[in-house]
Design a protein around this ligand. Structure first.
Ligand code: ZN
Length: 453
């Protein structure tokens, strides 16, 4: 198993009806070609020559965009979609319903649920995803998801999550799902040393991610931040997700979530927080000033009734914002294109139709997410950038009659025709090339039926 980007054959994307580059000038090109070599974009222009033996992809009638970037997920939850009793619960009750089910997971559940979740992302245009795995029952390891990502072929930022405060210590999770803080820190060190690849173009970077301020101690939050700085890796957690979350912070820590994060070293360009629905003006300014990123999860926020994250205000203040589908148990669907559309719609609910354009939502979903994950070489189509590219067929029913292919999120489609990651095609004509999807789905359903619900 190699953790370095592999040399890849060259690809020529021909005659794209529209290329939405998300480059520094946000150029939109018509009828141009894109030449790819060694995992990077080599050249963009009209009528490029096709070198001998090159794999040519005809993109006539297609919109070409950077691959979408998912900045928050819990892949293992794809085995617990639409669980009765959790369908209509609020966040804390929802967790208490699901913890006992997740307790019966093992390595195979972790691997297969990740395969399914990663394929679902790829088919909806995602080329790079993070994952937040914060429970390790029955011998599960972060490697179970790393194996899956290498099989599917997505650029992967798994994070070593953790919970250490169980029910007996006043926390939410059952005691058998939490780990000792010494073991958590040792495993974080082991994983970074074994897997983290800091090079430009890396296919695998490890992040450190205690689950949330209410499931680990203040000491572990602080020690994790120190460890991340020492190792040069990123930090991630859930923050200010809903009113209960803020109330908990005020009661237990005597301050708002943003203050708690800042006090423990959890702000900076190497930190991104999921949700942030309830950030106030001071907290938004803090995030902008410090370069702290946000993973906005609009479908999950709607599904759990958490509220409307102030994304317009964050963007206007200069906060780095990316998108996240969140776990499939709190957004039973994990289609990243639909997530981007939901981000656009949700800002409009209380701020009007001009609060966010389809282009801006797609920018957040591509370039924005890449910046949140510290990957400026991804998320835009420009010479020298990584060849992470989504090709959307505009000849289908969803976009029939559309006057503006670049307004993908207004009409559709929401599944890709082709997907290229680091110069390697992993989806062609809407089909996964890297895994047998039919067998994976059937195995996933067998595992789901075995769970005690
Ligand atoms: Zn989450």
């Amino acid at each position: 198993m190699s953790i370095h980007p592999t040399q890849s054959p060259e690809i020529l994307i021909k005659n794209a009806a529209c290329v939405l580059t998300m480059d520094d000038e946000r150029r939109e090109l018509r009828d141009e070609d894109i030449l790819i070599g060694n995992g990077c974009i080599v050249e963009i222009g009209p009528n490029l020559d096709a070198p001998n033996g090159i794999n040519t992809i005809n993109a006539q009638g297609c919109l070409v965009t950077p691959g979408l970037v998912n900045t928050h997920h819990h892949l293992y939850q794809s085995l617990t979609r639409a669980v009765p009793g959790a369908q209509d619960a609020l966040l804390f009750g929802w967790l208490q319903r699901l913890y006992p089910i997740w307790s019966s997971f093992g390595p195979e559940e972790m691997r297969v649920s990740a395969l399914t979740g990663l394929a679902e992302l790829a088919l909806s245009g995602c080329t790079m995803t993070s994952d937040h795995l914060y429970l390790y029952p029955n011998g599960s390891r972060l490697e179970d998801t790393i194996d899956a990502a290498q099989e599917v072929g997505l650029r992967f930022h798994p994070t070593r999550g953790a919970m250490s405060i169980g029910e007996s210590a006043g926390g939410l999770p059952p005691d058998h799902l939490v780990e000792s803080e010494t073991h958590i820190l040792n495993d974080m060190i082991r994983l970074v040393d074994r897997w983290h690849d800091p090079q430009e173009g890396s296919m695998l970077r490890i992040g450190l991610a205690p689950c949330s301020p209410f499931s680990v101690s203040r000491d572990l939050m602080r020690d994790t931040a120190l460890l991340a700085r020492d190792k040069g890796v990123m930090l991630h957690t859930h923050l200010a997700e809903n009113d209960e979350d803020v109330a908990y912070s005020l009661e237990k820590f005597g301050c708002r979530p943003g203050q708690y994060a800042e006090d423990l070293g959890w702000t900076g360009q190497d930190v991104w927080h999921a949700h942030c629905v309830k950030l106030d003006k001071q907290e938004i300014d803090l995030f902008a000033r410090s370069g702290t990123g946000v993973a906005h999860c609009p479908c999950s926020n709607c599904r759990l009734g958490s509220g409307i994250a102030p994304i317009r205000k964050m963007r206007d203040a200069g906060v780095n914002v990316g998108l996240g589908v969140d776990g499939s148990a709190s957004n039973d669907m994990a289609n990243l294109a639909i997530e981007a559309r939901q981000a656009m719609l949700l800002q409009r609910v209380n701020q009007g139709a001009d609060a966010m354009s389809a282009r801006e939502a797609l920018e957040i979903a591509t370039r924005g997410g890449a910046d949140v994950l510290g990957r400026p070489e991804c998320g835009r189509i420009a010479p020298g950038k990584r060849a992470d590219i989504a090709i959307w067929d505009m000849n289908g029913i969803e976009s029939a009659g559309s006057h503006d292919p670049a307004a993908l999120l207004l009409s559709g489609p929401n599944m890709v025709r082709d997907l290229i990651v680091n110069g390697r095609q992993i989806v062609a004509e809407g089909q996964m090339l890297t895994i047998n999807l039919k067998e994976t789905i059937s195995y996933q359903n067998r595992l789901a039926r075995r769970l005690v619900i």
